[in-house]
Design a protein around this ligand. Structure first.
Ligand code: GLU
Length: 297
């Protein structure tokens, strides 16, 4: 049988899922199921210190009707895969040591009047002697020697996109693998060929595409969905009131009612997700953020 491919939802377990996260998870499930893909969960717990909400996240996803096909994987348990990918990038000459502090980067970027979010290149061309010297001061992070330029992709919701590729950190100077490397390696290793996530991650996509290309992976298809905003127009957060299933339950909202409210916000019929699936048409999804007024309706 042909491998049907897989979609995924990959939350960071730093706190309970809020309405925005749940809405993105529903969309990820709908996109995967609508295309006959398997649906996988990945707990992005590289930051172990903040990884305390794994259990409640999985429980809440199940409570709104999301199901998944395999035991969820934990990113923190995939260190060998990440290390192997890093070794291959080092072997291919696609990394460089970086000794910059956040402050160095901010200062270099503002001096160059360049986009603040891109690495300004400070450590890219250090000589062997300079590197030796800097290593005595602080441990190096390892960055992606990306080659710069741009990457283009077609997003199922966000449309045609082109954006700059950055020399992102692959391994932090405390030895921890960084998000951009882990996400690309794990998606490929899990057979994920459809990435659905919040559109706050659009700027990372060109770099992740390049990284995947250098590692020899086929590019996934991308679906970046609009975020949920709080009443103040900023990205929804805990400060916006009752935004998690637990908070909402206290206010009398069952998980089913929350699910229905989220489905309505997507222009989809209420009820079990299977019903929404039969009415699901990617082209008719709202293209703008959903503003949560402070109370559900
Ligand atoms: N773990 C990331 C987050 O919760 C999502 C990463 C991704 O979907 O690529 O924001």
């Amino acid at each position: 049988m042909e491998n049907p491919g897989a979609g995924r939802y990959a939350p960071s377990p730093s706190g309970d899922l809020h309405l925005g996260n749940l809405r993105t998870a529903i969309l990820a499930w709908l996109f995967a199921r609508n295309t006959g893909r398997r649906f996988l969960l990945r707990v992005e717990d590289l930051d172990r210190v903040r990884a305390r909400a794994e259990e409640s996240q999985l429980r809440d996803l199940a409570a709104i009707g999301i199901d998944w096909d395999e035991t969820p994987v934990r990113q923190s348990e995939r260190g060998r895969l990440h290390a192997a990918a890093l070794e291959s990038l080092i072997g291919a000459g696609r990394t460089f040591e970086c000794f910059c502090t956040r402050r160095d980067i901010a200062e270099a970027s503002s001096a160059a009047h360049g986009p603040v979010s891109l690495y300004p290149g400070t450590c890219r061309q250090l000589s062997d002697e300079q590197r030796e010297e800097r290593r005595r001061e602080r441990p190096a992070a390892l960055r992606f020697l990306s080659g710069g330029g741009t990457e283009h992709f077609t997003d199922a919701v966000a449309g045609d996109r082109v954006g700059p590729v950055d020399d992102v950190v692959l391994r932090r100077n405390d030895g921890a693998v960084a998000y951009n490397l882990a996400v690309v390696v794990d998606d490929a290793a899990q057979g994920i060929d459809q990435v659905v996530r919040g559109d706050d991650l659009l700027p990372s996509t060109p770099t992740q595409l390049r990284l995947g290309h250098v590692l020899g992976f086929a590019p996934p298809s991308y679906v970046h969905v609009p975020l949920v905003l709080g009443p103040d127009g900023r990205r929804l957060a805990k400060r916006d009131g009752a935004v998690t299933l637990e908070d909402l339950a206290t206010a009398g909202w069952t998980a089913e009612r929350v699910r229905d409210s989220l489905l309505r916000s997507l222009g989809l019929p209420e009820g079990p997700l299977e019903r929404a699936l039969t009415a699901f048409e990617p082209a008719s999804l709202p293209r703008n953020p959903w503003v949560f007024s402070g109370t559900l309706s």
